[in-house]
Design a protein around this ligand. Structure first.
Ligand SMILES: C[S@@+](CC[C@H](N)C(=O)[O-])C[C@H]1O[C@@H](n2cnc3c(N)ncnc32)[C@H](O)[C@@H]1O
Length: 629
């Protein structure tokens, strides 16, 4: 596992544009391959018709395949032609001009923080505390722990990078050739599916990852053209079962999660998704426009030996870091709050939210604050942002980031967000970046592959639904330019995305989905495995690591069309939870193993945390009388 991951690790991840270009080239190659394969299949069928008997048909199919193979081998130039020539000088010049966008419009605030160094230290401390506190982390795509990797990288400057691009392109061409050779060497065999005896033998053997990978590729090929390539007498589900077993073995997923993720895609795309999860996403930063301009920041970082370039044309504040001679999380610019380490996908919900100056905005689940601080910057420190998070520990890193980035229009609060609108309502816009299972960020946290269970995909959506209803009820339908709710997750599971959105549309007829306004993203599912969602769910957007080279993400944008009696809901989080439980039990969607409020269990945790608190103060818990504890 480890070595395979290391091998796949990108040395210089492509920018979004380059990635798209590569994807387009790949798509073209795939399309051509498909055309060839269809032609082969047609040839096959014609020959088969001429021959009598099932055995003969299969024989002819094999001959046809080997014919196609030799035809392919005799035409390597065709493949080479597909790789366009790249003028790297022009590319390097173009890269410079990429910074010359309309950034002049971005105003630079002259706020200067005095205690930035202290705040940075605090942030580190709190983040460490957080890590200890959560065995199963709440997923945040920001401020990941990729920083350490950069410290060890040796890099030069932009010229060096240009040379690197050269090398990468050459490597890509080499890889394409290898891929071609691999594909030719692995024409799917009808007998790729192990027999019962072979299955038994396999179960007893030590895993052979190379053989497993070969079989995965062949199984995918067969499944993509089952009618022509499936072995006689073997069903599609037999192939799928074997493929899932191989995916679990090769990539290290639990059978449950492998199947859940596999079902989102065609077999070939699923393989791309699983492969993409083995590669870390590029390190990206967001310019804090309250303090600087992207061009100026880029210049300062380049002067320190950081190789970077803009992320893509859909963001004017993002930079992608290729490598660096200095730790990106500890440069003077970082400490001065000129940027924040933030995953590119994490910009998207804020862009969709489209905060306006002087509005009142609620960020319901805000820690550690990547999106809050972006909202604040888009509002140019006007109006008011309520940054809420239920986890008190995590609000410390939220506060540290707010201070470091110089956001002065922000109030931090610590409620279970289901308490809204009881706490306060009437917001112009609300962002609900919901706690989720993290199936979109497996590239960052491989533990998700085995840690998530069926129960998670019942409990987490249950919470997400309640949070979303609270968000809707807390928005002012009469807000002049607002009345907007954005719901996002870093999960690709339909239960946490489209199903939650569809539920909210059913429960709150006073909201409708609107276009997110985002330049990239795939349409949300309007139906999934027999479940139909409202047709407008098409307007939601999905992001995958293999399509956009960003973390897996989901974004939905609602507009509140009118007030509802729920807007005055004074129920507490606990009351709402009980109500939702009753309702879910009536609908039969909660299984008997659903977590209950367990006061005894709660008491255990409360007393343990009190003991830890006393120990931290240097007091022996045993020496304290029970009522004093
Ligand atoms: C995906 S993270 C948010 C990341 C954040 N928006 C950012 O961009 O930095 C989800 C957050 O939801 C918080 N959370 C979980 N349950 C909550 C609840 N009931 N109410 C409010 N926040 C909650 C978690 O503590 C966690 O910080």
């Amino acid at each position: 596992m480890g070595s395979r991951r290391h091998k796949n690790k990108q040395s210089a991840p492509p920018s979004f544009d380059e990635f798209q270009a590569k994807k387009d080239r790949k798509a073209k190659r795939v399309e051509e391959k498909e055309l060839k394969s269809k032609a082969r299949a047609k040839e096959n069928a014609e020959r088969s018709l001429k021959r009598a008997g099932a055995e003969e048909v299969r024989e002819s199919s094999k001959r046809a395949k080997s014919g196609a193979k030799s035809r392919k081998l005799s035409k390597p130039e065709e493949q080479e032609e597909e790789l366009p020539d790249v003028d790297y000088d022009a590319l390097s010049k173009a890269k410079k001009s990429l910074f010359d966008d309309e950034e002049e419009e971005e105003e630079v605030s002259d706020v200067v923080d005095e205690d930035l160094k202290d705040e940075f230290d605090l942030e580190q401390e709190y983040q460490d505390e957080d890590e200890e506190a959560h065995a199963k982390p709440m997923f945040s795509d920001d401020e990941g722990d990729d920083e350490g990797e950069l410290e060890n990288l040796n890099a030069a400057n932009m010229e060096f990078y240009s040379k690197k691009l050269d090398e990468d392109e050459a490597l890509e061409a080499e890889e394409a050739e290898l891929e071609l050779a691999e594909a030719q060497a692995m024409q799917p065999r009808a007998d790729i599916l192990p027999s019962k005896e072979e299955e038994e033998a396999l179960a007893g053997e030590a895993p052979n990852l190379t053989a497993t990978r070969t079989r995965i590729i062949e199984l995918v090929k067969v499944l993509e053209d089952f009618k022509n390539l499936g072995a006689k007498g073997r069903s599609r589900s037999e192939y799928v079962d074997r493929l899932l077993k191989d995916i679990c073995e090769y990539f290290g997923y639990s059978p449950f999660l492998a199947e859940k993720l596999f079902n989102l895609f065609s077999p070939a795309e699923a393989l791309e998704f699983f492969e993409a999860n083995e590669i870390a996403r590029p390190i990206t930063i967001r310019t804090n426009t309250l303090k600087t301009r992207r061009r100026d920041l880029a210049q300062s970082l380049v002067n320190r030996g950081v190789n970077l370039q803009p992320i893509g044309n859909w963001t004017k504040v993002g930079l992608q870091i290729f490598d660096s001679q200095v730790p990106i999380g500890a440069t003077p610019e970082y400490l001065a709050g000129h940027y924040i380490l933030q995953a590119a996908s994490s910009f998207l919900p804020v862009i969709a939210l489209d905060p306006q100056e002087n509005e009142r905005i609620l960020d319901m689940a805000a820690a550690p604050g990547g999106k809050t601080t972006y909202i604040s910057a888009m509002m140019k420190n006007t109006g008011c942002v309520f940054a809420n998070d239920a986890n008190k520990n995590r609000t410390k890193s939220l506060i540290a980031n707010i201070h470091r980035l110089g956001c002065t229009n922000t109030i931090v609060c610590n409620y279970d967000a289901r308490e809204f609108p009881k706490v306060i309502g009437g917001f112009d816009r609300i962002l609900l970046d919901a706690p989720c299972s993290g199936t979109g960020v497996i590239g960052k946290d491989q533990s998700v592959k085995v840690s998530r269970t069926e129960k998670d995909f019942i409990q987490i959506p249950h919470l997400q639904k309640q949070l979303l209803l609270s968000a809707i009820d807390s928005v002012d339908a009469n807000s002049k330019k607002g009345g907007i709710i954005v719901y996002s997750t870093c999960s690709v599971a339909v239960e946490e995305d489209e199903a939650v959105v569809d539920y909210a549309l059913r429960k709150r007829p006073n909201v409708k989905l609107v276009e997110t306004g985002l330049l990239i993203g795939k349409e949300g599912f309007t139906s999934f495995r027999g479940k139909k969602f409202h047709p407008s769910v098409k307007m939601t957007r999905r992001y995958y690591p293999h399509t956009y080279n960003v973390d897996g993400f989901f974004v939905a944008k609602f507009q509140k069309t009118g007030p509802s009696p729920h807007d005055d809901n004074q129920a507490s989080a606990k009351e709402k939870e009980m109500e939702a439980r009753r309702e879910a039990a009536d609908e039969g969607i909660i299984h008997s193993d659903f977590a209950k409020f367990d006061d005894e269990e709660d008491d255990k945790y409360i007393s343990k945390s009190k003991k830890v608190g006393l120990l931290k103060k240097g007091v022996n818990p045993k020496a304290v009388k029970p009522q004093e504890k």
